[in-house]
Design a protein around this ligand. Sequence first.
Ligand code: NAI
Length: 331
Amino acid sequence: MKTITLIPGDGIGPEITNSVVKIIEKSGLKLVWDIQTAGIDAVKIEGEPLPQKVIDSIKKNKVALKAPVTTPIGKGFRSINVALRKELDLYANLRPCKNLPNVKTKFDNVDIVVARENTEDLYAGIERQIDKDTAESIKIITRSASTRIAEFAFNYAVKNGRKEVCAVSKANICKLSDGLFLESVRDVAKNYPDIEYKEILVDNLCMQLVQNPSQFDVLVLPNLYGDIVSDLCAGLIGGLGVAQGANIGNDCAVFEAVHGSAPDIAGQDKANPTALLLCAIEMLKYIGENSYAQKIENALLKSLDGSILTADLGGNAKCSEFTEEILKNLR
Ligand code: NAI
């Protein structure tokens, strides 16, 4: 039986985790959950937000489902999410963005997958204050990191029946750094003759995305553009409550919703479990449990098409009531 590391997180994390675990169990799929504590609760129990045993558990099990954890602003511990990405070399941030029934958005037929490089670019954290009026931030782009995110994007396209990969850059201005990114993606594209390859500048992409998003399929981007564009795409399909994500490396993968711990509604049974459930569905596909993934997705889509919806989707159902609806629709 496959063991998955489960991090229930804090805030609304435990509520939505409970919902997702119930749904997977009812689907008939047998998984073993290795439950680990991270974040504020781990500080209280273990004295640190990301105990080594959490990292060891993910390294051993290879796959984790993670609910949101609160990150103190300004002071306190560093983001657990950033630390996990570094520790486990989770170099690909994957964000599938697809319209869902009953989630009102400006466009129908959005079905975009964003593959964002997760380790370098301006996020390498190489900054210095040159003098009191000047600061410098260094953008690092390497052939190896660009090649592996490109291979990830093309492999994802092949595995998931996608038709096209589009590389996003600002290579007209950042000729060396983004130029190297593009050159690396082009080299990889040659090995995938069945997938159409395109390129676009990031500013043009943003305009096209808010005018005609259905023209895009898989996007591959360096870290900074990927961060911004993936949130734009999440907005296209209805925002935080329905946006899923995953951080994937060669050895391990951590599946987590895009939204945070929502302290304003925590403990009130109001949260929408959809984003974390979509992450779990993607996780099941990742571990090869496609039929269970499909079964759960069908039940979720049917439930979203009904009238028992959480407040963020315009309804007045509780998290537990929406969960019950999904459980009813599982067959
Ligand atoms: P947030 O995403 O927690 O909340 C923003 C708004 O969206 C709130 O009004 C909240 O009620 C609503 N919302 C979020 N998820 C929802 C859901 N599933 N159902 C219904 N409504 C939902 O963002 P915020 O307030 O900026 O961050 C709160 C905490 O979460 C911070 O400490 C932040 O650092 C942390 N965070 C953690 C993440 C993670 O662990 N992956 C990701 C993003 C933020």
